[in-house]
Design a protein around this ligand. Structure first.
Ligand code: XLS
Ligand code: NI
Ligand code: NI
Length: 448
């Protein structure tokens, strides 16, 4: 039906950095080996269904602008199609896009894939039909599922949260939805399942019992972990930190907050993090900080690869364009030994005026080339050993007698005072930040 949708675009191939062809990769060369893995294996790219295919270009000031005939409210919405026919057309276009772009993975919410009317039974049936159909498309194309997730934030019933709702009926309804999508993800061979706490937070403490809501959220996560084990799903369960939006205060604020929560409720061995670049910056952190914190605590799961805007303080979900920002993140990902079952999901959207069909290709090509260059630069930085040897040298004292004695507990506070009286005052050394920034810049310039 009306296919191909992206009829003006052929399969995107690697053309190399000297190419001026806009619809080609200049850096992402899937089979190129970088260190011990191919680029495709390192980066594990995924396209998201929601921003790319479900959204219509609407913003709070104006109507949908995008050319998405299946999406209500889009500039070219075809209202003669049944909701199911529209969902099928959307799915065909999505798989055509994944294949032509040459990404190995995609991600979806239940509401992106199936037409939801709000009634549980009908929605569950619609999801089942569309998931079965997605399974056939995956078999045909070889495209795999990085993660599935349930949308527990758009419907008005979730206005006061899902798991953290003051009404247990809403918790129960959300649980039913997650049960279905977890099973759908398992059926499709998904490698992870994401729980983004869309409205798990609060607007005002005047009506909120924070401790109670926190216990409810943990109960919900335990139910998900139990069900995962019951059905034999071996993928990773991920939660996604975000400091605010849509609620004024989201409970899963950042990596450290999520970690404390997981530890408190005995979930740290079961659940990891899906770190989103724009959420890191909204929380006042650098992307690489969030990755490094998660890696240091064994909870690095996957990445939503996008970017904020330096002058806009909300979640703009742009495609990543900064090689430097992504290189710093990739350094931490490589140091951590990679993403395991995770990947780089483009949770990113076109700007509202980008209404040509091929804009979606340009956006993803730019994002993929940015990440591929960042991978090359990060690998080059680590491979040269310069950064790590300077870092090791900076901490060398901790391998000496004093460092060892402090860390193994053989020197107490009074003993350290006594020692201070009998040794010369220690002298500071340079942190070398600017030199190290230049070192990274040199690798970015030369990585090819
Ligand atoms: C929104 C979130 C969302 C999750 C999936 O801010 O990033 O897109 O990734 O529900
Ligand atoms: Ni996200
Ligand atoms: Ni976001």
């Amino acid at each position: 039906m009306n296919m191909p949708f992206f009829s003006d675009v052929d399969a995107i191939t690697y053309l190399g950095p000297d190419s001026d062809e806009a619809l080609g990769f200049r850096w992402y060369d899937a089979d190129r080996v970088v260190g011990d893995k191919t680029m495709a294996e390192h980066l594990r790219f995924a396209v998201c269904y929601w921003h790319s295919f479900a959204a219509n270009g609407l913003d709070i000031f104006g109507a949908g602008t995008l050319d998405r005939p299946w999406a209500e409210g889009s500039a070219t919405f075809d209202s003669s199609m049944s909701p199911m026919a529209a969902a099928e057309m959307k799915q065909d276009a999505a798989f055509e896009f994944f294949s032509k772009l040459g990404v190995p993975y995609y991600c979806f919410h239940d509401v992106d894939m199936a037409p939801f009317s709000g009634g549980y039974a009908a929605d569950a049936d619609a999801l089942k039909a569309m998931v079965d159909r997605a399974g056939s498309k995956m078999d045909e194309t070889g495209i795999k599922l990085l993660w599935g997730t349930a949308n527990l934030f758009s419907h008005p019933r979730f206005l006061a949260g899902a798991a953290t709702n003051p009404d247990p009926e809403m918790f129960a309804r959300a649980a039913a939805q997650v049960c279905d999508v977890l099973e759908a993800t398992h059926q499709l061979g998904g490698e992870n399942y994401v729980l983004w706490g869309g409205r798990e937070g609060y607007e005002t403490l005047l009506n909120t019992d924070m401790a109670k809501e926190s216990d409810q959220l943990a109960r919900f996560m335990h139910l998900v972990v139990e069900h995962k084990q019951r059905i034999g799903f071996t993928g990773t369960i991920l939660i996604e930190p975000k400091p605010f939006e849509p609620t004024k205060h989201q409970y899963d604020y950042d990596s450290a907050t999520c970690h404390a929560f997981l530890q408190k409720y005995d979930l740290a061995d079961e659940i990891k993090l899906n770190i989103e670049v724009n959420h890191a910056t909204l929380a006042g952190h650098d992307f690489n900080h969030e990755v490094a914190y998660a890696a240091a605590n064994g909870i690095l799961g996957s990445i939503d690869a996008n970017a904020g805007d330096d002058r806009l303080g909300w979640d703009v979900d742009r495609f990543p364009v900064s090689v430097e920002q992504m290189t710093l993140g990739m350094i931490e990902i490589l140091r951590a030994g990679g993403l395991g079952t995770g990947g780089l999901n483009f949770d990113a959207k076109l700007r509202r005026p980008s209404i040509a069909r091929d804009d979606l290709f340009h956006a993803h090509i730019g994002g993929m080339d940015t990440m591929a260059r960042a991978l090359l630069a990060a690998h080059s930085v680590l491979d040269s050993g310069e950064l790590d040897s300077l870092r090791t040298e900076r901490y060398a004292g901790w391998d000496g007698d004093l460092g060892q004695q402090i860390m193994n507990g053989s020197l107490d506070l009074a003993a350290l005072r006594e020692r201070a009286g009998s040794t010369a005052d220690p002298q500071p050394v340079s942190g070398r930040q600017e030199m190290l920034e230049n070192l990274v810049a040199r690798h970015i310039e030369r990585a090819s």
